[in-house]
Design a protein around this ligand. Sequence first.
Ligand code: FNR
Length: 381
Amino acid sequence: MSKPLTIADLKKMARRRVPKMFFDYADSGAWTESTYRANEEDFSKIKLRQRVLVDMTNRSLASQMIGHDVSMPVALAPTGLAGMQRADGEMLAAKAAEEAGVPFTLSTMSICSIEDIASVTTKPFWFQLYVMKDRGFIERLIERARVAKCSALVVTADLQILGQRHKDLRNGLSAPPKWTLNSAMQLATKPFWCLDMLQTKRRGFGNIVGHASNVSDLSSLSVWTAEQFDPRLSWSDIRWIKDLWGGKLIIKGILDEEDARAAADTGADAIIVSNHGGRQLDGAPSSISMLPKMVAAVGDRMEVHLDGGIRSGQDVLKAVALGAKGTYIGRPFLYGLGAMGKEGVTTALEIIRKEMDITMALCGKRDIKDVNSNVIAHNPF
Ligand code: FNR
C-alpha cells in the first residue's frame, strides 16, 4: 500500500500485519458493538459552517490540557496490551507522542512498565490507574508513577467489571498467546509480527509482574488481574486516590450528568467523557452525543475531555467546538502501531493534525483557541 493518508488506511495495514486475536482485541467493542459504531457515526451528524474570504494564514493548533502545553488538543488514550500490536509498543508510542508534543497515557494493563516508559522519554507522561481490590498494590503503583514523574493520574471509573467482548472470547485472547491450533494458525500467517515479538522479553503485564501476590507465572497473573477489578469501587475511593496522589487528577469514563457533578465534587481537574470506546456498556450513547450535556453540567468547574470514535482531525475539531478542552485517540494510534510501529503512531498523529488544521482553516479560524460553537452549522445533540 502507498503512504497511508487516513486512519482507515492504517487500520487496513494493521489488519494485514497483526495476528487476528490482537487486531480484534484492539478493534472490537462489547456485545453487538452498537455503542462502538455510534461513537464513530455520530460525529458525521454534526455539520460545520463553511466560511470564505477570511485570512487563513499563520494558523495554530497549540493548546493546553489541564495546564500542560500541547501542540494540539489530542492525547494518546490508555490502552491495555498495546505492546501486543508491536513489540515494546507502549515505549514506541510514548516516544512518538513526545516528539509530536502530545501527552501519552500509559495503561495499568500495559506490556511495558512505568519504568520502561520513563527510561525512553524525557518529558513527563500520564499514568492511567485501574483501582484494583488489592489497595496495597494501588498504593505501590501510585508511588511508582510519582517516582517516574508522571504529571497526571487518569483514574478509570467505567471498568468495575469487565464488559464482554465476543470476539476476544471466540479468539481465545490471552497474553502471551496460548498454544492452541487456532492461535498457532493465526500466528503462522503473521511472520513479521512473530519475528518482531521474538526480539523482546516484554510480553506480560509489565506493571503487575513481580508486584502481585500469589502470582508465579503469566497465566496465574492473568487470572489474578481478572479477579482484581473492584465491583465495590466508589466515589470515596476516588477521593482517597486524589489525596494519596496529590497531583493532577483526571476521571475517565463519565457519561452521565449526575456522575459528572459527583466527579466535580471530588475536586478532580478533568473528566473524560467516555464509554471506553464502546467496550463496556453496549447500548450506552456515543461520547460525542453526551459531550454538550457534560459541558453544561460541569464545564465551569473542571475541564471536560472526550474520547471515543475520533477517526480524523475533523472529529477533534467538532469535539473542541462542542466544549472539549482535550481529546484522546485509542484505536487510531493502535492501528498505526500495528501497521508501522513508532512511525505509524507518528503518522496517525500527523494525519489528525493535518485534517484538524485544514478543517479549522475552511471554517474560517486561525487559532484552535477561537474554535467554539461558532463553527457549528448543525448539532443534533
Ligand atoms: C482501551 N481503553 C482502555 N481504557 C483504560 O482506561 N484503560 C485501559 O487499559 C484500556 N485499554 C484499552 C484497550 C484497547 C485495545 C482499546 C481500544 C481501548 C479505552 C481507551 O482508553 C479509550 O477510552 C478508547 O479507546 C477511546 O475510543 P477510540 O479512540 O478507540 O474509538
